[in-house]
Ligand binder design. Structure first.
Ligand SMILES: [Zn+2]
Length: 273
């Protein structure tokens, strides 16, 4: 007879919050304005050559169709990554509930993530451990990873990406957010995460700085692999946020820790999650 523990395992819940957090979001809003102007221009050109611009998306709510066009437009702005996206994967760790528009964008972001060795390894970690990505409207954070664990260790992780971030950010930034969240998931799965032993340096707003330094570090390394040590040229909006992250990371552990502390101290961290 199989023995069961006398008590149900105690499940503690932990939310490891965000990727490129809200301080980049304000810049992102400015970027969105620029992008909307570009989209208007693109739509105008399409109209001029008499091709209905949203034909491919006409079964979608207008804001999502526009979001898709924004992403396509953004692909063509700024320096192109120095690595080619990987060939499509057989399967992507994306929750079935995700709208097909977001699934398409996330898959392309995952292909870019898989173009680097660390990204490809993180992708495999997600697939092998059934860590799925879903999409929700989040008021502040660009994404978060929720991990459940018991006294036996890791139970499961789930990644949530902000819908607006999928709609409005370009693929390289979205891929960097996925790297960040996948790094959280990996540390939880391997038992490295600070919350198991309660050794986290935690900010007053609840952000576990120890985990964020690790995840933002993975994000910075990914950005460097895409664009080199000088970051992305012609960067704006969330791209310039990624450049600043890389610059801080290159200055060493102490400078990077202090940079992460400065971008993650906002009281809105974790709101609505
Ligand atoms: Zn994080």
């Amino acid at each position: 007879m199989q023995q069961y523990p006398q008590f149900e395992p105690e499940i503690d819940e932990n939310a490891s919050l965000d990727a490129t957090a809200g301080c980049f979001r304000a810049i992102g809003l400015a970027m969105a304005t620029t992008v909307l102007a570009l989209v208007t221009l693109i739509l105008g050109i399409w109209a001029a050559i008499n091709v209905p611009p949203l034909t491919a998306f006409d079964n979608l709510p207008p804001e999502e169709a526009v979001g898709r066009v924004v992403t396509v437009a953004l692909d063509d702005i700024g320096e192109t990554p120095g690595v080619e996206p990987a060939a499509p994967a057989e399967w992507y760790p994306i929750d079935d509930t995700v709208n097909v528009v977001y699934t398409g964008v996330l898959e392309r972001a995952f292909d870019l993530l898989r173009a680097t060795d660390e990204g490809a390894r993180l992708f495999d970690v997600l697939v092998e451990n059934d860590v799925l990505v879903s999409v929700e409207e989040l008021p502040y954070n660009a994404g978060y990873t929720r991990t459940r664990w018991s006294w036996y260790g890791w139970v499961g992780s789930h990644i949530v990406i902000d819908a607006e971030s999928v709609r409005s950010r370009n693929l390289d930034t979205l891929a960097a957010i996925l790297v960040h969240e996948a790094a959280h998931a990996e540390r939880a799965i391997t038992g490295e995460a600070c919350f198991y032993e309660e050794t986290c340096d935690t900010l007053p707003n609840g952000v576990e700085l120890t985990e964020e330094i690790a995840a933002h570090g993975a994000e910075a390394r990914f950005w460097q692999e895409l664009f080199g040590a000088d970051g992305k040229r012609f960067a704006y909006g969330s791209d310039s946020g990624q450049n600043r992250l890389l610059e801080a990371w290159q200055k060493g552990d102490t400078a990077f820790a202090s940079f992460v502390r400065s971008i993650r101290g906002d009281d809105r961290e974790g709101v609505g999650i």
